[in-house]
Design a protein around this ligand. Structure first.
Ligand SMILES: Nc1ncnc2c1ncn2[C@@H]1O[C@H](COP(=O)(O)OP(=O)(O)OP(=O)(O)O)[C@@H](O)[C@H]1O
Ligand SMILES: [Mg+2]
Length: 231
């Protein structure tokens, strides 16, 4: 489902490469945990997988598509159609309601809108279904500003948004860092269950090595990234 080949990425031409990844593959439906200390390039790797940035050398293949060969606009469309992002800071939109935040990808991607409608009849119904699966009671939270929700609640809204319209890939950037241990484990269970239910491929990065045991496959970033001296 995901393949990186002979990747070299640097943020500025004068920098040493942040990433040099000769080869990395993730099959469809697999959940992979990638660990590494702060500044080691985890978020950079996710940006590369999502086509937010492109490498100076090498190919990033998602499904059958080499996304480095697409125009910027085609890559943006490809991303929103195929990838659900859970960001380090959630990136919920403060002036939208909870429901509007979750339905957002359906407004940018006709493919995901269609998937949601097929699944639940409408975008809103699908968003409500996902919020309920995330143990969020919309009746109770109705009218609440997203910024006034607890961190754990915001996290679950961010997951519902990433899952809306069943994208083939879920990318999660350290989404558990603000949670206590019990909540973190419950959150990971919920995320894994939802990802498995739609047979999505999950890439989850964190500096927290203790989460590794929750995943079938766990890789230190330094095992695939041979770039040295980028700090
Ligand atoms: N937009 C950017 N412009 C220039 N350099 C950047 C940019 N983003 C990240 N970097 C650099 O790339 C390197 C890797 O950063 P990255 O954010 O990928 O690390 P990380 O592993 O996600 O760290 P953390 O665990 O703190 O989130 C760092 O040296 C950082 O300074
Ligand atoms: Mg990061």
């Amino acid at each position: 489902m995901i393949e990186l080949q002979s990747i070299i990425f640097r943020w500025r031409p004068s920098d040493c490469p942040t990433l040099h990844i000769p080869q990395f593959e993730v099959p469809q439906g697999e959940s992979v945990f990638i660990s590494g200390p702060s500044g080691s390039g985890k978020t950079t790797l996710l940006n590369l997988l999502g086509g937010v940035v492109v490498p100076e050398e090498g190919k990033v293949t998602i499904g059958d598509q080499d996304i480095t060969a697409l125009s910027n606009q085609a890559r943006d469309t490809f991303r929103v159609d195929n990838i659900g992002f859970i960001f380090q800071q959630f990136n919920l939109i403060p002036f939208l309601s909870i429901l509007e935040n979750v339905t957002l990808p359906g407004h940018f991607s006709s493919q995901r809108r269609q998937n949601s409608i097929e699944r639940s009849g409408s975008l809103e119904a699908d968003a409500k279904r996902l919020l309920a699966h995330m143990d969020l009671d919309l009746n109770e939270l109705e009218g609440r500003a997203v910024s006034l929700m607890s961190t754990g609640q915001q996290q679950r809204v961010a997951v519902a948004r990433a899952l809306l319209g069943a994208p083939r890939i879920i990318i999660a950037d350290e989404p558990t860092s603000a949670l206590d241990t019990d909540t973190r484990m419950a959150f990971l269970d919920l995320l894994s269950k939802e990802v498995e239910a739609v047979n999505a491929t999950l890439i989850f990065v964190s500096h927290d090595q203790s989460l590794a045991s929750r995943f079938k496959r766990s890789i230190p970033l330094e095992d695939i990234n041979t770039a040295k001296g980028h700090q």
